[in-house]
Design a protein around this ligand. Structure first.
Ligand code: NAP
Ligand code: F7E
Length: 333
């Protein structure tokens, strides 16, 4: 029997890499997108003839149940979320509805239709927040510091609860930050790589950032989707920490990104209090030992290569549009 996968959030960064991986593995891939006035398929344009897309929303219980009954997936990957920590203070209720309760809606839909479906929940290192130990492992207590982190902790515990209550194959991957050229432009890594490329090409002169001292364990998204898949291939449902085991400052990312194009970051970075958060997560560092031992998973792309890949990508992308763009600006100015 063919493996049938359903990915919520397929239009996002991770959804696009996971869809590529599952197609390579011979899966039938179904993806969920939400209705918007302009489509959000940029990251999966190249896959649209191979995946079946379904319009649904994590806010809509009935649509989820109908979808599960229609697609009959063997594996469900719940990647959909309001995923930007910064916005979660502006929209705490929406974040709770989608990122938190959305998990329960999907678990309920699965429970109503077929409890043998395997379920992956995109849990997050943001659940550790004000960390109780370093490095963080599966047993480290949660202390989330944002409405996003709180919603993810709720979604994580609901996943554990459905596993324990209904004997479902449901697990949470506690993923630390992972980035790529497909990362949304509001996240700090992509904001930096995009700005560095613009500055190099003469399209901008500065980038305004917040806390350069925050430390994150950053890996490559393409490596991390493999861990998601591995978790659903095990004999039993287990939660895993997925990260690199290395931590860097936001300032380190900035420095390497500017070095890549031969510029001094001090000449172009402006610290703007607007980008400081009401409560910060100061230090994240994964202990991925359990995933290494039991899933045989290790991250492949080192930090410097990740930064350089993102800068190179944005330079190439913006080089193509730089001159025509400048002409348009001059004409309309
Ligand atoms: P992303 O690029 O922001 O993608 C989020 C996806 O969720 C998009 O497809 C988005 O659709 C969809 N979505 C948002 N609201 C929805 C709703 N109400 N109903 C249905 N779909 C909705 O995030 P990502 O970086 O790929 O992350 C994937 C998942 O992993 C998220 O749950 C995130 O919270 C979690 N996570 C991410 C990281 C990381 O470092 N990337 C680490 C740990 C956990 P649109 O395209 O229409 O916006
Ligand atoms: O911030 C600091 C900011 O928004 C990283 C999501 O994928 O990973 C991500 O959450 C750090 C923070 O990601 C700016 O204060 C400084 O300390 O790139 P970020 P995040 O909050 O770590 C986790 C694991 C997830 O689960 C989330 O879904 O960078 N920072 N200056 C800034 N951050 C932003 N965005 N913009 C700045 O100008």
């Amino acid at each position: 029997m063919a493996n049938i996968s359903l990915i919520t959030g397929i239009t996002g960064q991770d959804g696009s890499y996971l869809a590529e991986l599952l197609l390579e593995k011979g899966y039938q891939v179904h993806g969920c997108y939400r209705r918007t006035s302009t489509n959000s398929f940029q990251r999966i344009e190249h896959l649209l003839d191979q995946v079946e897309m379904h319009c649904t929303d994590l806010m809509d219980q009935a649509s989820l149940e109908r979808l599960i009954a229609k697609v009959k997936p063997t594996e469900v990957y719940n990647l959909a979320a309001q995923s930007f920590v910064g916005s979660s203070w502006d929209q705490p209720i929406l974040t709770g509805e989608v990122t938190g309760l959305g998990v329960t809606r999907l678990l309920e839909a699965i429970r109503m239709v077929d409890t043998s479906i395997r379920f992956y929940q995109a849990s997050s290192s943001e659940m550790y927040g004000k960390v109780h130990e370093t490095p963080q492992r599966e047993t480290t207590p949660f202390h989330p510091r944002s409405p996003y982190g709180v919603a993810k902790a709720y979604g994580h515990w609901m996943t554990v609860n459905y596993r324990e209550s209904y004997d479902m194959f449901a697990c949470g991957g506690i993923l630390f930050n992972h980035e790529s050229p497909r990362r949304g432009l509001e996240f700090v890594t992509r904001k930096i790589s995009d700005a560095v490329a613009r500055i190099k090409l003469g399209m901008a002169n500065e980038v305004r950032l917040g806390n350069l001292e925050a430390r994150r364990d950053w890996g490559f998204a393409g490596d991390y989707v493999e861990a998601m898949w591995l978790m659903l291939q095990q004999d039993a449902p287990v939660d895993y920490v997925i990260g690199t085991g290395e931590t860097y400052r936001v300032g380190d990312f900035v420095q390497i990104a500017f070095e890549r194009v031969g510029l001094n970051w001090e000449d172009h970075v402006v610290i703007d209090p607007k980008f400081y958060r009401p409560a910060e997560v100061d230090l994240l560092l994964a202990d991925p030992a359990k995933a290494q031992a039991e899933l045989n998973w290790t991250p492949k792309m080192p930090f410097r290569e990740l930064v350089e890949t993102m800068v190179d990508h944005d330079l190439a992308r913006l080089s193509l549009v730089a001159k025509p763009d400048l002409k348009v600006v001059r004409k309309s100015a």
